[in-house]
Write a protein that binds this ligand. Structure first.
Ligand code: FAD
Length: 365
């Protein structure tokens, strides 16, 4: 496993700066990682996956995240799409779709719409049965990796409830338009998706029946939240390493920055942030791997704490590097922009707080 990690990180290391400034990842690299089952490494071996535990995949996600949050974001999307298919699909659908996601095809997951951000109960995309087909109409926004994706897992209204449907991105009626110049994770391929009378065979609907929308969304987001939490661990590792390295070599007032106590405090804060994020993410992954009833709360907590710590930690690291890190594309400059977005997605900071408050009062979320 160590060797495989080294191979993957070797493919990414040193290039994230260029990718960030170009706003684009090399698709060949994504397909290579995908064909090796690395972009959704928890998919079981029977579907061509690597069958990693959440904890193992978390560590891998953090390593990638410490190098490039855009590649890590693509991993989060691919993993979320694969998990949704694995969890909600029938045996036939799992057998049909998952080997494609472990074989080099790329996927994205679309919930958000112009009128449905934090409030996903407002999702308006419709999936309508018509004989042996389904017809999909709607609009999704800000879908990470959609620019690269071959398959789009789209959430919409279906029958009396809701469903996720697997849409090939080249199906007639699908239009994918990139978000121009996002604040961070600039090469992650965020895009809006328009679905205009997209007609697919009815077996594109995962599970084939309408389900409750909260159940559907919670299933997909559970994977996404743990993945983002580990991605934030990676951001913090990268920031702590860069800040420590800089503070021990750059001298001002006749001694290394690290020997000035106010700078030393920044380094201590960075270590605390990294440790906090790591421990909550490990806890969430252990809950996932053991099927603990605490899993939902632990997942929300991990995402909430890690994203918050990464946002503060990136700011702290930039303060330590000062002008040395204040260049577009530099690791800490990227971290500063990327981390902030992690407080907005997969349940914003405030939505996580509301869920945690619910748990505090009622013992459940
Ligand atoms: P709004 O819902 O309009 O919220 C605005 C602010 O108000 C936020 O601070 C929010 O926390 C706060 N707020 C809203 N309601 C409440 C409330 N009841 N109480 C307290 N505060 C509240 N979507 C996808 O479907 N797939 C993706 O892959 C994806 N990737 C993304 C990647 C990036 C980089 C970004 C920026 C977004 C992505 N999104 C994706 C969309 C993302 O999920 C939404 O941006 C997010 O859910 C917040 O919705 P919103 O931006 O519409 O903000």
């Amino acid at each position: 496993t160590e060797h495989a990690w080294d191979t993957v990180t070797g493919l990414i290391d040193g290039q994230a700066d260029d990718w960030d400034r170009a706003g684009l990842l090399p698709v060949d690299l994504l397909r290579k990682l995908g064909a090796d089952g690395r972009l959704c490494a928890q998919v079981p071996a029977e579907y061509g996956g690597r069958g990693l535990s959440s904890l193992e995949n978390g560590e891998f996600t953090a390593r990638v995240g410490s190098l490039c949050s855009s590649v890590r974001s693509v991993m989060t999307s691919q993993g979320m799409a694969a998990w949704t298919i694995e969890r909600l699909g029938t045996a036939e659908q799992r057998a049909a779709w998952l080997p494609r996601l472990t074989g080099g095809e790329l996927a994205a997951a679309g919930f958000s719409e112009p009128g449905a951000g934090s409030d996903l109960s407002a999702i308006a995309t419709s999936i309508r049965r018509d004989g042996d087909s389904v017809v999909i109409d709607g609009r999704k926004v800000w879908v990470t990796a959609a620019h690269y994706a071959d398959l789009l897992v789209v959430f919409g209204r279906y029958e009396d409830g809701a469903a996720a449907v697997v849409v090939p991105s080249d199906a007639p009626g699908v239009r994918v338009e990139r978000v121009a110049d996002p604040l961070g994770c600039r090469a992650a391929g965020h895009a809006g998706i328009t679905l205009d009378s997209v007609r697919l065979p009815a077996d594109a609907v995962l599970g084939g029946v309408g389900l409750s929308l909260p159940l559907l969304v919670t299933t997909a987001l559970a994977y996404g939240r743990i993945s983002v939490a580990w991605g934030c661990v990676g951001i913090l590792r990268g920031c702590r390493t860069a800040a420590a390295q800089h503070a021990s070599t750059r001298e001002q007032f006749g001694k290394p920055l690290a020997e000035h106590q106010l700078v030393a405090r920044h380094l201590a804060e960075l270590l605390v942030a990294e440790q906090l994020a790591t421990r909550v993410s490990e806890h969430a992954s252990r809950c996932w791997d053991s099927g603990s009833p605490e899993q939902v709360m632990a997942t929300v907590l991990a995402k909430h704490v890690s994203a918050d710590q990464a946002t503060r930690g990136a700011e702290t690291a930039l303060q330590v590097l000062a002008s040395a890190g204040a260049r577009d594309g530099h690791l800490v400059a990227r971290a500063y922009r990327d981390a902030k977005l992690m407080k907005i997605i997969e349940g914003s900071h405030e939505m996580c707080q509301l869920m945690l408050a619910e748990h505090a009062v009622n013992g459940s979320i």
